[in-house]
Design a protein around this ligand. Structure first.
Ligand code: ADP
Ligand code: MG
Length: 280
């Protein structure tokens, strides 16, 4: 198995793109499982009322399950709602339930409505015995208060981009939203990672989209590209990530490579920063 060095800090990454169906949830759960498979401790926070991330991680999330709704609205500690995925002891999930659909409206009248997740997460990280190396937040496809809570709690934004028509549509709006959050709510937030997904090597279009994204975002785009793969789309109906469902499939291999890259790129950036500070 691949061994990677973890930096010993918790990286909080929100997977965002206000377009639906671009692979946010698929990327959140498979990257999380891939990170766990190389030894990282990972907490997935499911902020989408649809609860697809909870389902894919094999986490029960019926209406009476304690969930992120209770954290945001009733100030439950995150430790009261966290469940461990049957796939790995290193992989945990704060599930969503259908109640979360109402939270978007209920949050409007709450105190510190943009900071509720951040406060709960800070509290969790300060008190939990075994701190996660990664917190990965799966967002709904809109800039409502749920997504704003994710942006306020995170330091990194990961944008999955589907290698198809209109891939870049809406991207400037998303980047504008990130800048707005940076300015008003969370100065540490930045787009750290762009992941090309659903890549079909047989089409010229996919290659063109990939080239265009790389030209615009040379720094952020991962070298690893996630292929379009039936195994990836089948896995959730078995309550599994593709890492557990078919670990040898092209999709699983790609997500594991992406996970290693996500770890190593951070390490390199921070080594460089440490080296230049030392040399100054
Ligand atoms: P979002 O969370 O952005 O709405 P999803 O992750 O739910 O998007 O993905 C949308 C659809 O695309 C799902 O049916 C999912 O199974 C499928 N999908 C995502 N990534 C891949 C892939 N690499 N190969 C094949 N199908 C994929
Ligand atoms: Mg989704």
């Amino acid at each position: 198995a691949t061994t990677v060095e973890l930096p010993g800090v918790t990286r909080v990454i929100t997977v965002s793109n206000q377009k639906g169906g671009v692979g946010k949830t698929t990327t959140a759960v498979n990257l999380a499982a891939a990170l766990a498979s190389v030894g990282a401790r990972v907490l997935v926070i499911d902020l989408d009322p649809q609860g697809n991330a909870s389902t894919a991680l094999g986490i029960p999330h019926s209406a009476d399950t304690p969930s992120v709704y209770d954290v945001l609205i009733d100030e439950f500690p995150i430790s009261d709602i966290v469940q461990t995925s049957p796939e790995s002891d290193l992989l945990t999930c704060a599930p969503s339930t259908i109640h979360l659909a109402g939270a978007e409206i209920e949050l409007v009248s709450q105190v510190a409505r943009e900071h509720r997740l951040r406060t709960a997460l800070d509290d969790y990280l300060a008190t939990v015995d075994e701190k996660p190396d990664f917190v990965i937040i799966d967002c709904p496809p809109s800039l409502g208060l749920l997504t704003i809570n994710a942006f306020t709690a995170a330091t990194e934004v990961l944008i999955p981009i589907q290698c198809e028509y209109y891939a870049l549509e809406g991207l400037s709006q998303l980047l504008g939203n990130v800048r707005m959050i940076q300015k008003h709510l969370n100065p540490r937030l930045h787009v750290s990672t762009i992941m090309l997904t659903m890549f079909d090597a047989r089409t010229r279009l996919a290659q063109q989209v990939a080239d265009e994204v790389r030209a615009h975002f040379a720094e952020q785009v991962l070298h690893t590209v996630i292929p379009r793969s039936v195994r990836v789309s089948e896995a959730p109906s078995f309550g599994q990530t593709v890492i557990a469902y078919d670990g040898q499939s092209a999709g699983a291999v790609a997500y594991r490579e992406a996970a290693v890259e996500v770890i190593q790129r951070y390490n390199h950036t921070h080594e460089d920063a440490a080296a230049s500070e030392g040399g100054a």
